[in-house]
Design a protein around this ligand. Sequence first.
Ligand SMILES: NC(=O)c1ccc[n+]([C@@H]2O[C@H](COP(=O)([O-])OP(=O)(O)OC[C@H]3O[C@@H](n4cnc5c(N)ncnc54)[C@H](O)[C@@H]3O)[C@@H](O)[C@H]2O)c1
Length: 269
Amino acid sequence: MAYNLLKGKKGIIFGALDENSIAWKTAERVHEEGGVFVLTNAPIAMRMGQINELAKKTGSEIVPADATNMEDLDNLVVKTTEILGGKIDFVLHSIGMSINVRKGRAYTDQNYDFSHKGWDVSALSFHRVMQSLYKADAMNEWGSIVALTYMAAQRSFPDYNDMADNKAYLESVARSFGYFFGKDKKVRVNTISQSPTPTTAGLGVKGFNGFISYAEKMSPLGNATALECADYTLTLFSDLTKKVTMQNLFHDGGFSNTGVSQEVMEHFV
Ligand SMILES: NC(=O)c1ccc[n+]([C@@H]2O[C@H](COP(=O)([O-])OP(=O)(O)OC[C@H]3O[C@@H](n4cnc5c(N)ncnc54)[C@H](O)[C@@H]3O)[C@@H](O)[C@H]2O)c1
């Protein structure tokens, strides 16, 4: 159902790789709600991905940007304001990657070059994106910036590896930059802590099938899907949440506040 929640709003959506991506679903839903946006992803991801299809479907332009490269990000911000004809109202940072995870390195056996790269892509990139927007004064007042995160930032999940540390950093950046963006530009900054979701990034986590089934059984409302995450993100882009900022918001069917569920206990009786 569409409510025209984002009519007249302009934005940037990072991270739509394929139709499973949370960013892909978000782009489709933003479009349905009347928002317009530029799609962006790392140049290498574009060659593999199907982003052109999404651009066509949503009437959007694509501006490639590696989220670890300031020149790319500054160019993206300038181009977006040109393409959309004005300042930006919403930004989705939906970016994550760990080379340690990809190469099967245990948390106790990290390659620090991999750690460094993963941190730059997954965590520092959020600061980079915001600094670029802030310095260019590219956000409209009461704009909204959202990044996606996972509860391994608060609690340990052995196979989430160095992404846990990257997410903790990401969430801290949301609070720290959120202060300045709020004070100086009246822009809100939040992270959404999403349930495990079967995407390229999600499926890369070792033991993902066990992980997602366990979360499903632990969550009173069941796991949140990518589409439900998109819907929640829209509320944060809308004018209905203007005073929500510097928060890490759990979108997980209640998982994060559940000690144990009946279904999980039944495995042990
Ligand atoms: N899937 C899950 O279980 C889950 C759960 C909680 C949070 N998240 C988070 O959601 C976000 C989106 O991931 P997803 O699950 O939709 O997977 P996805 O693989 O579809 O998206 C990850 C995106 O990051 C992009 N990316 C990687 N390196 C980049 C770079 N240098 N510059 C720009 N973009 C780059 C990829 O191209 C891809 O589009 C990530 O932050 C992820 O950690 C995912």
